[in-house]
Design a protein around this ligand. Sequence first.
Ligand code: ZN
Length: 391
Amino acid sequence: MILRDVTLIDGDEKWRGAIQYDPETGSITDVGDPSRDAEDEPVVSLPGRTVMPGLVDAHVHFSLSGEASVEDVVGMSDAELALVEARNARRTLEAGVTGVRAMGARDVDPELKRAVERGDVPGPRMVANCRSVTVTGGHGHHLGREIDGPWDARRAVREQLKRGADFVKFMTTGGVTTPGTEPDAVAVTDEELEAIVDEAHRRGVHAATHAHGAEGAKAAARAGVDTVEHGTFLDDEAIDLLLERDVTLVPTLSAPYHIVRNLDAATEESARKTRSVYERHIESFRAAVEAGVRVAGGTDAGTPFNAHGANAAEVAFMAEYGMTPLSAIRAMTETAAAAVGLEGSGTLEPGTHADLLVIDGDPAEDLTRLNDPAAVIKGGEVVAGALPDRE
Ligand SMILES: [Zn+2]
């Protein structure tokens, strides 16, 4: 299959050309201006359109569906949770997100990942974990694994990997959505942090941490964490540490945006916490971008009012608050795929998955065009929208 006469966006480059992929193997075979004889191959011309890699969202919660209170989900059985997650995965894929890192709930996410890989349910390619590791009573404890002390922390990590987790997520600070925890307080001890990160790396998986406050981000960076989620109150020292330790920031600008716009419906506690963090979050992101911190796009989709399928808005937020449009696109394709370990995703390189978006017009000129792709292709198969008729 050849898509030609099209604008191609890959990394932070944009050019006119063509792309060829093999629907049988699901891989990209040539990029640029395929000159191979196309006699026995379908060709589609897409003048006025752009082809780019499918989005990769580095931070989603399929277990949550934008409820005002995360606690609504706690009472669900695993069966209910699995059905909800399958629906959210489908919505995400149809919106143009062909890869995600799913922050898990109980043991459902690795099962969902296997179901998607078998083709039983539609969804993006997934890197998934099980329970997040948190201190007793800490952020996310309802669906997480509570720990006390470094040996318990190691055991918690081992349990997650035994159950099929691809990475380890842990909570360094309190959170907006968990009552009784404060976003800028450091919840874990250095000994616990070191145990969690060391155990993850020993087993060859990456470690991601939820961290709002600067002290939490610093402690996690010192312990060797791979990605910092949110990074809401980063100061200069925290930014220097992220740079020095080669840590990727996943800013999740969508999360506070949606709560701030729904303060009337939010719980009183999450409204109070979000009001105080939103402006600071944007400043923190701007400063990190200016300093050159590596940023991967992630939405925190599923958190209050943050719907699955609205993921592309994160690209526009990153561009609004300091990145160029092409660097924001790169953050939510190539950089996100590399940060979460989704190999073969996020670029147009030959040999990688033919996970492609066909966009009307040029998204680099208008990022809102990403919200409604004309076609979503995963592994060489059109999974949403449609391509024009072949020539
Ligand atoms: Zn999250």
